[in-house]
Design a binder for this molecule. Sequence first.
Ligand SMILES: [Zn+2]
Length: 195
Amino acid sequence: MDEWKGVKFKTVFLKKEVQTDLRIEDLKYWISRFGFYDLCQPFAGRSYGNMSFRLKPGSDEFIITSTQQGFREDITDDKFVKVVECDMENIIVKVEGLELPSSETFAHYVVYKNRPDINAVFHGHCTKIVCSTDIGFCTTEKRQPYGTVELANEVLKVLDKENFIIIKDHGFLALGKDIDDAGKVTLRAYQKCFQ
Ligand SMILES: [Zn+2]
């Protein structure tokens, strides 16, 4: 079982300022929906999930929820962080914001880097979905500790054309062409699993 050790990369703050993108309100809506459907169960004791969206087509910059507090129903704008650069070789993330970005920032980054059709990524934790390996969900092959480059690389291996991916023994990733689409992909998988 993973044990919570905080984020596992070094964060460099390029600017310390609150992000003001209007789409943050749409993420807040889906955060409350995730709470309603119990899709943010604790993992490693202190991690609940995270959500992000790409800032603009052709760019790998994205806004993501901050670590740990990312899924609180009363989340405030200062808990959203802009990721400007991910260096998976040296394990460094460059950001603008006030908080540390989500521990799974690298998993989101590999999606934006390799899937130009995807503009929003939701990551949740739900034991029943993770255990539903027999109903055709795409699943990463090897279990990896949370928040690592290794976990992100496992996602990369199955990323090809899948929009709903189970991270083995951990959680799921829902990918959408926009924020609402990522929500719909999540709910379709939820219904498939709970019907
Ligand atoms: Zn997770």
